[in-house]
Design a protein around this ligand. Structure first.
Ligand SMILES: Cc1cc2nc3c(=O)[nH]c(=O)nc-3n(C[C@H](O)[C@H](O)[C@H](O)COP(=O)(O)O)c2cc1C
Length: 170
């Protein structure tokens, strides 16, 4: 799929059909994740791919705003070693996976990991000893029709050379 279309069409999908996602496709998504940039090229990430329905249910019960994971066909959990830039690196990998999923016509949603009180519990559940949870990505063919979520317009967010007459919010 054309890159601009992927970026413009990607949107968080939280309702999924029961159509399975093949291992080959899941591998491609992780492959996109591991190709993300990382500070000092450390590549601190590890990706746990979940297809087992009882694990998906367990995750949905732990992740406060991820009850829909139970209906997903798969999830990819992004863990990172505790490096200085683990969060930036893990987020870059997460976004690569979201875009790769959109390009494959697979619905996906980023579910918070880092900073969440359930982060350690997820680590224990998947034996991710010594790693930090960055994100959980639920995956499945969309069972909802969604246009891209409303975004701030380009003119509002772009600033050439510097801000012009920016009013402080303080
Ligand atoms: C760091 C981060 C954490 C998020 N956590 C959740 C979450 O726990 N549950 C959820 O349903 N969506 C979560 N989202 C998805 C956002 O709600 C979504 O990206 C936002 O509403 C914009 O919609 P869009 O993805 O369709 O553009 C998260 C997104 C990010 C970047």
């Amino acid at each position: 799929m054309d890159f601009d279309k992927v970026v413009c069409d990607r949107t968080s999908i939280r309702k999924y059909k029961t159509t399975e996602i093949s291992r080959a496709v899941l591998e491609q998504l992780v492959d996109a994740g591991r190709r993300a940039p990382s500070a000092r090229a450390v590549e601190p990430w590890e990706f746990v791919v979940i297809q087992d329905s009882s694990s998906l249910l367990g995750l949905s019960e732990i992740a406060a705003n991820g009850s829909f994971i139970k209906d997903a066909q798969a999830a990819i959990i992004v863990f990172c070693q505790k490096t200085k830039y683990y969060l930036e690196d893990g987020c870059a990998a997460t976004e690569n996976i979201l875009l790769a999923a959109a390009a494959q016509g697979i619905g996906a949603c980023w579910i918070a990991g880092d900073k969440k009180e359930y982060a350690e519990q997820v680590g224990e559940m998947f034996k991710a000893s010594g790693l930090l949870l960055v994100s959980i990505i639920s995956l499945g063919i969309a069972d909802e029709l969604k246009a891209q979520s409303k975004k701030r317009c380009l003119a509002d967010v772009i600033h050439w050379e510097s801000f012009k007459n920016r009013e402080s919010s303080k």
